[in-house]
Design a protein. Structure first.
Length: 195
């Protein structure tokens, strides 16, 4: 297909040779080391990473750090008789990209956690006003707190549903806090990895 399309022709080597292995165990030609075009070597690492890390019908998801450990085995010679299957320089580049991607994901999650915290704080303030409103004996005080609540409500929020919304925000924050812990653990494992 690449050879038939002039725009894709420069990329044919990657598609043809991405199943070749540095140790000669790959296909279609059983090429070794320098005989495998760099495009094929790059796509091989990306393809293996995707195949291991992606959740498929027949397997569950594997953590990124565990996936990289499996690739690391393919990037290092297992014994003096066997060569590596994938290029360790390409794996190092992939690890750098993954670290950058995780750092960006952490940044985005932290931004969202800040948004959640602001809303949790606002909804807790509404809750305090609601408690004071219910405890007030005078109509004037009740109206004061009710007006304060109305000023703090956002679109779609009411005095009747704010507690449900507060609980949803708290649950969302807990999920994101857990996600940040997992991302921190993953990135620490990955940064310790030597290829």
């Amino acid at each position: 297909m690449c050879m038939k399309d002039l725009k894709l022709r420069p990329y044919y080597a990657g598609t043809i040779f991405h199943h070749e292995a540095l140790d000669g165990s790959g296909y279609p030609k059983g090429l070794t080391k320098k005989d495998i075009p760099i495009e094929g070597q790059i796509i091989r690492v990306a393809d293996e990473f995707d195949a291991i890390a992606s959740k498929r019908q027949y397997k569950s998801h594997i953590d990124i750090s565990d996936t990289l450990l499996l690739l690391k085995e393919d990037a290092t010679a297992l014994s003096k008789k066997h060569d590596a299957k994938i290029n360790p320089k390409i794996l190092k580049a992939l690890i750098k990209v993954i670290i950058d991607d995780i750092e960006y994901e952490k940044y985005c999650v932290k931004e969202y956690v800040e948004y959640l915290e602001q809303n949790i704080k606002r909804l807790n303030q509404i809750h305090q006003y609601a408690i004071k409103m219910k405890a007030s004996k005078k109509q004037k005080d009740q109206a004061y707190y009710e007006n304060g609540i109305k000023l703090l409500l956002s679109a779609g929020e009411t005095i009747e549903n704010y507690i449900t919304i507060l609980e949803e925000y708290e649950q969302a924050k807990q999920i994101r806090d857990d996600m940040l812990k997992k991302l921190d653990t993953e990135i620490k494992k990955i940064k310790k990895m030597k290829v």
